[in-house]
Design a binder for this molecule. Structure first.
Ligand code: BV8
Length: 228
């Protein structure tokens, strides 16, 4: 059972140049999430949705992990099973920094899914709506990400780990999107210490707040963690 559960959000990748969702100029101010991040939007216009994710996949490919990703990767390496790293992010910057066993609760940009036969395979950089599934050959391919209205992955694993942990840490997330936004309440309900690491505090629901840019606050936090 992990002693520490860390949840990361778009703020962790902000200093790698990947846009967040709800900051000024964020993705959801440029795109209507109902059009590009829901099953209904995909059914209406799969070409537009693939274009949205092809753009994000190219941005992700051009980005590099930052000091916060690198610090968290070192923590997963040194703490092993004592640390569970969960991300809402669909980029692969945690993995490219060397993190092990990252739980992508909202899926991954570098994954492809067939909505006809549920086959999964590594996504090409550019996906097209009429790409045939490698398994069933039906043109039913989509990005392997969790859209609004879809169930995030490994919820039972994550929520039971938080309930039994010593500490829950939320890094670079606005706490807007459920069920991830409710993880801090699970920590509070089970007497688990909750820490928020963010540029700006989001809510008064955390026991402790470490305010600042992730590339500064996260390495400092990990040093403290590994020295304790
Ligand atoms: C579901 C993948 C039901 C795609 C995403 C109550 C309970 C359950 C559901 C709901 C509920 N109320 C409403 C809902 C519905 C909905 C929801 O929460 N809506 C919101 C808008 C109100 N939730 C869902 O639909 C979820 N599914 O409930 O299914 C169900 C039940 C049974 C059976 C089947 C289904 C699914 C949610 C997942 C949606 N997919 N992403 C993609 O990425 O394209 S969510 C999307 O928001 C992103 O992926 C992102 O991960 C997520 C959260 O955003 P953040 O990461 O927090 O980013 P944000 O920009 O908001 O904030 C950035 C933060 O960083 C800020 O705080 C900022 O201050 C900070 N920051 C910025 N720079 C820095 C920094 N911090 C440090 N350093 C910096 N440099």
């Amino acid at each position: 059972m992990p002693r520490i559960v860390v949840l990361t959000g778009a703020g962790l990748s902000a200093e790698s140049g990947l846009g967040t969702f709800r900051d000024v100029g964020g993705l959801w101010s440029q795109y209507d999430l109902n059009e590009v991040a829901t099953p209904e939007g995909f059914a209406r216009d799969p070409v537009r949705v693939h274009e949205f994710y092809n753009m994000r996949r190219a941005n992700c490919r051009a980005a590099a992990p930052n000091a916060a990703h690198i610090a968290l990767a070192k923590a997963t390496e040194q703490l092993g099973d004592a640390l569970m790293l969960v991300t809402q992010n669909v980029d692969d910057l945690h993995e490219r920094a060397g993190a092990q066993n990252v739980i992508h609760m909202h899926g991954r940009l570098d994954g492809a899914l067939c909505h006809h036969c549920d086959h999964r395979w590594p996504a090409p950089l550019v996906m097209q709506a009429d790409d045939p599934c490698p398994a069933c050959q039906v043109a039913a391919t989509r990005p392997d990400v969790v859209w609004f209205g879809e169930m995030p992955h490994e919820m039972e694993t994550i929520t039971s780990a938080i309930a039994g942990a010593d500490m829950f840490v939320a890094i670079g997330t606005s706490g807007t999107v459920y069920p991830a936004a409710g993880f801090v309440d699970i920590a509070q309900d089970h007497g688990v210490e909750s820490v928020e690491i963010n540029l700006d505090p989001t809510s008064g629901r955390f026991d402790r707040i470490l305010q600042g840019k992730a590339t500064e606050t996260v390495p400092a936090f990990v040093r403290t963690l590994l020295n304790s």
